[in-house]
Design a protein. Structure first.
Length: 228
């Protein structure tokens, strides 16, 4: 068997480090795949740093996969630290990676500030990660925190929030009823659409939104009809 000496190993590592920031996205993708395949903890810092700046979605996804291949005791503290950085993509990708690792010890790092982050991508990543990592007994508090943002953003943001709420199950119903009873028609319609999705996940978000808007416009009493 031919052994690989430290000089050869260092040269290989250097080439991988350089390839992770190469101009060609296919080169970066292959480098991330190689790093993940070998699962060398020595690459954790460069992988996390690259997540913060990588412009290509597929390469970012491969970087996340590579990080999930490393021991959680190494990656989770590094990713938690990344949640406090100013760069939005760094926060978003760290949240996404934490959700894929699935270590619930990371849940306290998903702060209220992240759940309400002004950057929609960060907030969406925080919602998804929180739903995956929330410990038993804390789901209700999370549901209330998420429901406070009903009506936020465009279709993509609303859909992400609805999916996060529905993933928490029936315990979201009191918060949805409160939102539906409010004066803001956008919030009310979003809450009703989320309720429809909770009852029938197969209905589809757009159909649920259309039906919710119809109910809000006509008023629930008009939909239900007169009592006998």
């Amino acid at each position: 068997m031919v052994s690989v000496n430290s000089t050869d190993r260092n040269a290989q590592d250097l080439r991988l480090f350089e390839a992770l920031s190469a101009e060609n996205s296919s080169t970066r993708l292959q480098a991330a795949l190689t790093v993940g395949t070998h699962a060398d903890p020595g690459f954790v810092d460069v992988l996390v740093r690259r997540c913060a700046t990588e412009p290509d979605f597929f390469v970012r996804d491969m970087l996340t996969w590579a990080l999930t291949r490393l021991p959680a005791e190494i990656t989770v503290p590094r990713l938690r630290a990344e949640l406090r950085t100013e760069r939005a993509q760094a926060r978003s990708q760290a949240l996404h990676t934490l959700s894929k690792i699935g270590d619930r010890s990371a849940y306290p790092a998903i702060t209220r500030a992240l759940l309400h982050d002004a950057d929609d991508e960060v907030a969406r990543s925080a919602w998804r990660a929180a739903v995956v990592l929330v410990p038993d007994g804390e789901q209700k508090g999370l549901a209330t925190e998420l429901a406070a943002q009903l009506g936020r953003g465009d279709r993509t943001v609303k859909l992400s929030l609805s999916r996060a709420l529905v993933a928490l199950g029936e315990l979201i119903e009191p918060d949805l009823r409160t939102a539906m009873a409010g004066a803001d028609p956008t919030v009310s319609a979003h809450a009703r659409a989320t309720e429809l999705l909770l009852r029938d996940p197969d209905i589809g978000f757009d159909a649920a939104v259309d039906e919710a808007k119809r109910i809000v416009a006509l008023g629930p009493e008009r939909i239900e009809g007169p009592e006998c």
